[in-house]
Write a protein that binds this ligand. Structure first.
Ligand SMILES: [Zn+2]
Length: 257
């Protein structure tokens, strides 16, 4: 009944609305969230999951937990597979400067191909637009899951909604530099289990089991922490925590001005 229609995500725009992501130290972020009961599986829950996915993709992030958008319930969304290609970043006249930047590689390649086929550079802005349109059209023809929102192409979606999740098995250790939409500017290495098995309910209240490893396992553990009222910063050393707290406080004050 509440299946997320993946095809919708392949249309020109994602469905959903942008939600406000609460930042540390908001009190909701440190509260343990409550399990979702049978009666809660309704259209409101579906709409919330949809908006959370929308917010996650556009932020962009690989996971988002309900407490981060002010709902103290046990649900999070994740997608560690999607790609986001920034079309607006590289300057066509300076492609050499951005050549080594991983983030722009796909994009730069496309532009370089375009630039190489026309020796009379620099291209005018009209020509650049034409090249981009051609690039997009070609991508669509290849039947890849490309999606264009403003200046970005999104692809390879695997949206997942996890309700009342619980890790039932874990194995190994992994150190991964994590970030969090609720902690702007914080990227710190945290040790987690390398593999986890998580049991959860989907949007239809159907029991699911997911065996994850690497980034996906890290993401699951990070989001589960949110449901238990633990923010990434709590996992850092006393010293690092203190430094980030100071900086985040300053940032909040600046924003309020
Ligand atoms: Zn987070």
């Amino acid at each position: 009944m509440y299946e997320l229609d993946l095809a919708q995500y392949k249309l020109s725009r994602f469905p959903g609305s942008m939600l406000e992501v609460l930042t540390y130290p908001h009190t909701i972020l440190s509260k343990k969230s409550i399990p979702i009961t049978e009666k809660d599986f309704n259209n409101d829950l579906f709409e919330l999951a949809k908006d959370m996915l929308y917010t996650m993709y556009l932020s962009p992030g690989v996971g988002l937990a309900a407490p981060q958008v002010g709902k103290s319930i046990q649900m999070f969304v994740m997608d560690v597979d999607f790609n986001r290609i920034d079309l607006s970043a590289p300057d066509i006249e300076n492609t050499e400067d951005t050549e080594n930047d991983d983030n722009y590689n796909n994009n730069t390649e496309a532009i370089e191909t375009a630039a190489n086929s026309t020796p009379t550079s620099p291209l005018s802005s009209d020509q650049i637009c034409t090249k981009f349109s051609a690039f997009l059209a070609e991508a669509k023809n290849k039947d890849k899951d490309y999606d264009l929102i403003d200046h970005y192409i999104y692809s390879d979606f695997a949206p997942t909604v996890l309700i009342n999740p619980a890790i039932v098995a874990n194995e190994g250790q992994i150190k991964y530099k994590e970030g969090c939409l609720s902690l702007p500017g914080v990227y710190e290495e945290v040790e987690r289990s390398q593999k986890v098995v998580v049991e959860y309910l989907d949007l239809n209240s159907k029991k699911k089991v997911l065996a994850a490893e690497g980034l996906q396992a890290v993401c699951i553990q990070h989001e589960l922490d949110h449901l238990n009222g633990i923010v990434l910063i709590e996992r850092l050393s006393f010293l690092k925590k203190g430094l980030h707290q100071k900086r985040l406080k300053k940032l909040k004050k600046q924003k309020q001005k």
